[in-house]
Design a binder for this molecule. Structure first.
Ligand code: NAG
Ligand code: NAG
Ligand code: NAG
Ligand code: NAG
Ligand code: NAG
Length: 387
């Protein structure tokens, strides 16, 4: 309630604001309707109470200050201007929510707009309010929404350098930066911190669609986890519900969820293990099988031993940019994450501290103190002339 008041007082000026405030209070008294936001853990957030009529009339006055942490309601005019009327040249992708457009707002901010047909929906607003309150360096920020003209739109901050998948095996050119092992490690660490943050929220937010496409990188190669909470949002506004969105052959999906329908914070850890595997192998885990054993890459990792030939899964493009020692530790971590038994998988905060340690160690092993020159290239012995 206090945040609603602050926004109302800040957003609406003078007498109009006062009248609106009184109407709002009167409305609250009359209705006392509690709209509860149900999370995975079933708890609700009482701060997310609103009535659509009031919501719309109060916000029509103009945008919130940009530092506001409330979900911003964007005007269609504003987004039309930002995207040249949603012209094809600004179409940058297709996601679960719909088409994704790049847009340039009046204030110079670049945004990514997801758009799909659909009637205005109060549940969408409530979900956007909650999700836009999540702010973390390693999570793509949801700025707000727009529901006009029978379109539902979500407005996110724009992350310039695309998805990790496009860097690894997409049609896009491979960036030199991601060829380096240390950079892959730091992308992994960033993504892990993003997931850890979601798990540490109260109530925890589980990412229902974590995969290599949903980790983006900015121009400084900071990893940003995208689409956190989007499956829940879609589940709330669509009658079909979130389970209809599960793809059975999704290699990122916890086998315990596929078999028993149990989705937990350890399901995210499993997905993260597959993400690590793709980072190290440079390939899509789904598509790659070993021809001799007909093992999938995930199965290979699950059966990993100290004696395993790690060159079998390592991206040849990593060439000499890593040490065997750190690589083996990383593959062990991966193997723990994709353990078929969720109980045996580590928690996300353990994954973060391990990645932190492995990255630091790799830095120690490959740098001369004070200078930036690599001195050891132990990885080179894996790749003989034939690779
Ligand atoms: C967008 O559409 C409006 C109304 O149809 C039109 O006036 C405007 O020129 C269009 N803008 C662009 C950039 O195409
Ligand atoms: C993961 O979920 C389990 C079971 O709900 C809980 O006990 C544990 O605290 C959670 N861990 C984290 C890091 O959120
Ligand atoms: C990001 O993309 C720009 C433009 O394509 C490119 O010049 C830059 O090197 C990229 N940065 C990273 C870290 O990939
Ligand atoms: C390899 O394993 C997959 C999945 O278990 C199976 O569908 C496929 O037929 C197998 N291929 C061969 C050549 O055995
Ligand atoms: C890296 O080197 C520093 C300084 O020598 C040392 O304090 C630290 O423990 C090392 N870290 C790892 C993970 O080996």
């Amino acid at each position: 309630m206090t945040t609603s008041l602050a926004v109302i007082l800040g957003g609406a000026a003078g007498a109009v604001g006062l009248v609106a405030l009184l109407v709002f209070l009167w409305f609250c008294l009359l209705h006392k309707r509690s709209v509860s936001r149900t999370s995975e853990t079933g708890s609700s957030d009482p701060s997310l109470q609103a009535e659509q009529g009031i919501e719309l009339s109060l916000l029509r006055g103009g945008p919130h200050p940009s530092d506001s942490r409330e979900a911003r309601r964007f005007m269609l005019d504003e987004l039309n201007l930002a995207t040249k009327n949603f012209s094809d040249i600004n179409l940058i992708g297709q996601g679960k929510f719909g088409e994704v457009y790049k847009g340039l707002l009046n204030d110079g901010m670049i945004v990514a707009i997801k758009r799909r047909p659909g009637a205005p929906n109060q549940e969408l607003i409530e979900e956007v309010r909650y999700l836009s309150s999540i702010r973390h360096r390693n999570i793509v920020i949801l700025l707000g929404y727009c529901q006009e003209n029978n379109q539902q739109m979500l407005v996110y901050e724009y992350i310039p350098n695309g998805s990790v998948s496009s860097h690894l095996y997409g049609a896009a050119q491979i960036s030199n930066e991601l060829l380096e092992f240390k950079n892959r490690l730091s992308v992994a660490l960033g993504a892990a911190k993003g997931l850890e943050h979601l798990h540490a929220l109260n109530p925890p937010l589980l990412h229902k669609d974590f995969n290599t496409r949903n980790v983006l990188v900015d121009e400084n190669f900071v990893a940003k986890v995208a689409d956190a909470g989007l499956t829940n949002l879609l589940g709330r506004i669509d009658a079909a519900g979130p389970s209809s969105r599960i793809v059975a052959d999704d290699v990122f999906l916890d086998p315990e969820f596929i078999e028993f329908g149990r989705f937990s914070n350890k399901s995210n850890v499993y997905s993260f293990g597959v993400f690590l595997l793709e980072l190290v192998s440079g390939q899509e885990a789904l598509k790659s099988r070993f021809s001799e054993s007909n093992q999938s890459m995930v199965e290979w990792v699950q059966n990993y031993q100290d004696t395993s030939d790690i060159a079998a899964i390592i991206d040849p493009r990593l060439s000499t940019s890593f040490t065997d020692e750190s690589m083996k530790e990383l593959i062990w971590l991966m193997a723990h994450c994709v353990n078929p038994s969720s109980e045996r998988r580590p928690a996300m905060n353990y994954v973060v501290s391990e990645l932190d340690r492995i990255l630091e160690k790799e830095m120690n092993l490959t740098m001369i103190m004070g200078e930036g020159t690599p001195i050891v290239t132990l990885g080179s012995q894996l790749f003989t002339a034939s690779r």
